[in-house]
Design a protein around this ligand. Structure first.
Ligand SMILES: [Zn+2]
Length: 111
């Protein structure tokens, strides 16, 4: 980052801030799990296969309390998957903004 002018860094930071806005709040933190269940009915094809599904659910971990777990209705799976992916990108953009701010601070210039 050394060769970039501080003003260029501030400009880049503004672009990143705009990127954050573009997510429009469409973020979700957590991990999505797909499960297949055996129904237990004698003669059902799931007896020998992987089971019925997939059913989707989401687990969200928290620092000092137990994780939240919820089933995701099928009609929301695509959206939720997108939101979770957005969350990772969102975090990455925040990290880039922090890196720019660290660099400007190192230069002892106005943040
Ligand atoms: Zn079955």
């Amino acid at each position: 980052m050394k060769k970039i002018s501080t003003n260029a860094l501030r400009k880049k930071r503004q672009e990143l801030i705009n990127e954050l806005g573009a997510f429009d709040g469409k973020i979700l933190r957590g991990s999505i799990i797909e499960t297949y269940k055996k129904c237990g009915k004698p003669g059902c094809k799931c007896e020998t296969g992987i089971g019925h599904g997939p059913k989707h659910s989401m687990t969200i971990n928290f620092p000092k309390r137990k994780p939240e777990h919820d089933y995701i209705p099928l009609e929301y799976v695509t959206q939720v998957t997108e939101y979770v992916s957005n969350y990772h990108q969102f975090k990455e953009v925040i990290e880039q903004i922090c890196a720019i701010n660290r660099e400007i601070l190192k230069r002892r210039e106005e943040l």
